[in-house]
Structures are given as C-alpha cells and as structure tokens.
Ligand binder design. Structure first.
Ligand SMILES: O=P(O)(O)OC[C@H]1O[C@](O)(CO)[C@@H](O)[C@@H]1O
Length: 525
C-alpha cells in the first residue's frame, strides 16, 4: 500500500472523532480545497440557523405548510409544544408496551396462541426503515420472524404467503402508511386479508394500523375494529419516520432496544448541533457532497459498508437523499434539477462487482466507506496463521480506499465500533442532519416530494383507461388492433397495446399475435 506523509498529514487534519459515542469521520481522501470552508461560510451559517428554526418548529416544509419534526422523535424535549411532546412520549410508550404484551402473550392470536411472526405491509419510508432495522440490529434469533409486502407485485406476495404457510394463524400484520391512501399498501393489505381469510383466520384480530389519524386506512381500521392503531404525524416525513411508530413498533416486536436506537440518533444530533464546522460530522458530510458534486449533484454517492448487517443502508439512504434532494425547483422557484444519486451494497462483496469501474472507469462518484471496528461477537479463529476473516475484511476496505485514492477517486470513511441499536441510530441521525444542512447549501425544500405524484397520476390514468380497453374488446370476430381500440376511446395506441397485452397475459383477454404490434389483434374472453 502506498502511504505518503502528505496523506498522513491530511488524514490528521481532516479526521474527526467523537470518542464518547464511538464514531469518527475521515474526509481526508476528498479532493476539496481548504477555501471551501470560507467560500461556503454564509451558506453554512444559514444552514445552522435554518436547522435551529426547524428544530424549534418552524414551517420548514413551505410547500406543504408543515413543520418538520423528526428530530423531536429522539428528544421529545425539543418538541415545540407540551402537547406534541406528550404525544410523542405516549406513542413511543404505547408501541413498546404493545410489543411487550405481544411477547408476554398478553395479546394473543385469534386461536389463543402467542404471535410468532410479523408481516409488515408498507412501501417507501413505511418499509425501508423497518427493513434496515430488521437486517441490521435484530438479534440473530429474534423473538418474531418478519416479512414484508413492500410492493404490489402479486407474485412476491404469493411467495411470502406460501413461506408463512399455516403460521398465518400466529402472524401479526402491521399496515403502515402515513397518508393511509397509498395504493400499493392498500393492495398489500387486501392481499394479506385474503391470505388470512383463506385459512379461516379473523384478520381483524391480527392487524394493526400505523397511519395518520383520520386517513382512509385509519377509518378502515376503526370500521373493522382492528387490534390496535398507532398515529403517524404530518410533521414527520415518510423517509424520516423510522423513529416514529412506523419503525419503533416493528423494531420492538423484533426484540430491538428501541430506546438505544433513539439515543444513538439523539447523541449524533447533540454532537452536530453544537460543534464548530470543522468538527461537525453532519456539516462536513454536507460540505463534501457539495464539493464533490460542485453543488449540483455531479457525482453519485456510493455507499460501501464493510458489514453484512448494513447491506440495506444504501437502499435506505437512496430514499433519504434522492427523495429529499432530487428537486426540479429551488426555494426561489428557479429550475435547478438538483439531487445526488445513491447506490451501493456492501464490501468486500462489491469489489467483485462494480468496484472495477470505480477505480478505472468513469470518475463520476465519491465513495462512503463504513468501517466497523469490531469484527465479530464470537471468538472466531484464524483462517491462516495470524489472520482472521475480520482482518481480511479490514484489509479489503483499507486496500480499496487506497486503490481508489491512488487513481484520484474520492472517498469518505465513517467508523463505528460495532453495529448495534445505538450506532445505527447514530448513522441514521448523521445522514438526516447532513440532508438538512445540504438542502440549505443548495437552497431546496428537502421535505416534500412533488415529483412522485406525477407517476402516481399517470398510473391512475393508465388503470382507468385499461378498464375502458377491457370493456371495448370485441367478443367475437377477428379481434381489434391497438389502433382500432384506441381510436374511439381517444387514447394512445401504444398504451392501448400495452393494456390489451397485459390483459391477455393475465387471462382477461385473448391475443392473436401478428408480425408487428400494430398487427396484433385482441378479443374479449
Ligand atoms: O406512508 P405512505 O403515505 O404510504 O407513503 C409511502 C411512501 O410514498 C411516498 O410518499 C412517495 O410516494 C414516500 O415519501 C413515502 O415514504
């Protein structure tokens, strides 16, 4: 490995650690100029001011006229009113008490037996946090197994239902949706309900809602008399909801020390609320994003945790960054098309996949290595004299970092002592705060997601038109082409062809294939 003294000096200059919470950040392999701190000083100052206002309950999401309160979830003393603090505390207590009662067999399945499994129905922020927690910090043998319906893919759901099998009789389902109107989650809920019914199990005695009070889902849960309901607030965004009931109930059911998880995030908040910029890990992260991407997201963030348990962290961060920062307009209404693309998986596995391109190919990224100091909980053994598997993992991380640096490829290294509830809370907290800071640096609203609505609307139109296509299919004769179907309905022929093809592939229509899509003919069945 090549280490020059200038690297060593730069490392010492740009290595920041918080020993009291077992965390460090090393930005020495990022190619920023020292002048960055001065040139960005006014924006940095504004970011601190904005964060202070946000934490104090300002309307930090101007488009939707909402407060942004995810930082209060791990320190309810910050909540702007006593009522909100009481609500946060009461909800946390209620979710933990619910899980404890399930574990103790005080809340039982309809057949009088203890619940053995959890099925979570949710999507986006209503699934990614619980999935990350389940992967990273549940005990190796958790008190309850967990599955997810996080899509409207019927085949995916069928496979999970088949895996659960007769254990559906002792499965507790959590339907999680902040808005309570997300179609994928509605479908998942109905699919879950059908799976229970197919085995003669009373769904209502097995299902819990986590949703906004008064939402469509909330009303449905009340009408059906579901086992329990927990609130989700409009001042918590889906992608920052893992520390609300969305995440805490699933984590507690899985045997996670939820209070430690919150404490980790609160500790990172505390460090990055008061420290000066050069020691402020969240601000340093935001500044590195800024310098690497020239304030325009010109470089992707490749997240490389060298730890299997953190394999979902890149997926989690993908939503956190890309939904928060991927914006067409800035806060002044100018078209800016901002964002930072995020991907990654885990090391050293990815060294045998795309790291080749990272070192030698297009230089359009910066890497974030996540290094975990402690190799394993068990004693382990040497795979060859003097070396363990953990030594190799560390060697591969350091080696890849050096190999990238030697070719002018930038990287940040974050280090935690081990993966546990506290350290995962720290990491989540760190990135949430970095997103808040970076949003100020680039002047965007990080807390709305107007772009997602366009796809939802187009899907709704597509489904409506597909119903019209189905009704328009001729029952007899040679069938109709896409053009013949589309014309009278006033819809696009390409859409009509896709709709009819989908109906035919699923037994709702008959297709007579021609030589080209335009020659294909469709009939009702
Ligand atoms: O919790 P909900 O309201 O079902 O939303 C799920 C996800 O959908 C989104 O609103 C995007 O459509 C995400 O922001 C959110 O996490």
């Amino acid at each position: 490995m090549s280490t020059t003294s200038s690297h060593w000096d730069r490392f010492q200059k740009f290595f920041v650690r918080y020993p009291q919470i077992g965390f460090s950040i090393d930005i020495s392999r990022m190619a920023f100029e020292e002048g960055l701190f001065d040139s960005q000083a006014p924006s940095i100052e504004k970011a601190y001011v904005d964060m202070k206002a946000l934490e104090a309950g300002a309307i930090a999401n101007p488009d939707e006229g909402r407060m942004v309160g995810h930082y209060w979830l791990r320190n309810s003393d910050l909540a702007p009113t006593a009522e909100l603090k009481a609500e946060i505390d009461a909800t946390l207590d209620a979710t933990l008490a619910f899980a404890a009662e399930v574990h103790a067999g005080k809340i039982l399945a309809a057949n009088g037996q203890k619940f053995t499994r959890v099925l979570i129905v949710g999507i986006g922020g209503s699934a990614l946090g619980p999935q990350l927690v389940a992967q990273a910090i549940t005990p190796a043998t958790p008190p309850m197994a967990i599955d997810f319906f996080d899509n409207t893919d019927p085949d995916g759901m069928d496979r999970i239902v088949a895996q659960i099998g007769t254990e559906i009789a002792t499965t507790l389902t959590l339907v999680i949706s902040k808005s309570g109107g997300t179609k994928e989650t509605r479908n998942g809920m109905l699919e879950a309900q059908a799976a229970y019914q197919a085995q003669g199990v009373d769904f209502t005695k097995h299902v819990v809602a986590v949703t906004g009070v008064g939402s469509e889902l909330d009303k449905y849960a009340i009408a059906q008399g579901w086992l329990a309901r927990f609130p989700m607030w409009d001042w918590v965004g889906g992608r920052t909801s893992v520390m609300s009931a969305v995440g805490t109930i699933a984590a507690a059911l899985q045997g996670v020390d939820v209070r430690q998880f919150l404490a980790g995030a609160a500790a990172m908040d505390a460090e990055t609320r008061t420290r000066p910029t050069r020691e402020n890990a969240a601000m340093l992260l935001a500044l590195m994003w800024y310098s690497a991407g020239m304030g325009k997201g010109a470089k992707d963030m490749v997240v490389l945790p060298y730890k299997d348990r953190l394999v979902l962290f890149s997926k989690y961060l993908q939503q956190l960054l890309m939904e928060s920062l991927g914006k067409e307009h800035d806060l002044d209404g100018q078209v800016v098309n901002q964002g930072i693309a995020v991907y990654g998986n885990k090391g050293s596995t990815d060294q045998h996949a795309y790291v080749q391109q990272l070192r030698d190919g297009v230089n359009n990224f910066f890497a974030v290595f996540i290094q975990v100091s402690k190799s394993r909980d068990t004693a382990g053994f040497e795979v060859e004299p003097g070396y363990t598997s953990g030594d190799y993992l560390q060697g591969f991380l350091r080696g890849t970092r050096t190999a990238l640096a030697d070719k002018g490829r930038e990287s940040i290294t974050l280090t935690i002592q081990e993966v546990n509830a506290f350290s995962l809370g720290m990491l989540v907290g760190l990135f949430e705060r970095a997103v808040s800071f970076y949003a100020t640096l680039i002047n965007v609203n990080a807390y709305h997601q107007p772009g997602v609505e366009a796809g939802k609307k187009a899907a709704t139109d597509f489904l409506k038109q597909m119903g019209q296509v189905l009704a328009a299919l001729p029952a007899t004769g040679v069938g109709a082409t896409a053009d013949e179907i589309a014309g009278p309905l006033g819809i696009d022929a390409e859409d009509a062809w896709h709709m009819a093809s989908h109906l035919a592939a699923n037994g709702k229509a008959k297709a007579l294939e021609g030589n080209t899509p335009a020659e294909d003919r469709f009939l009702a069945v």
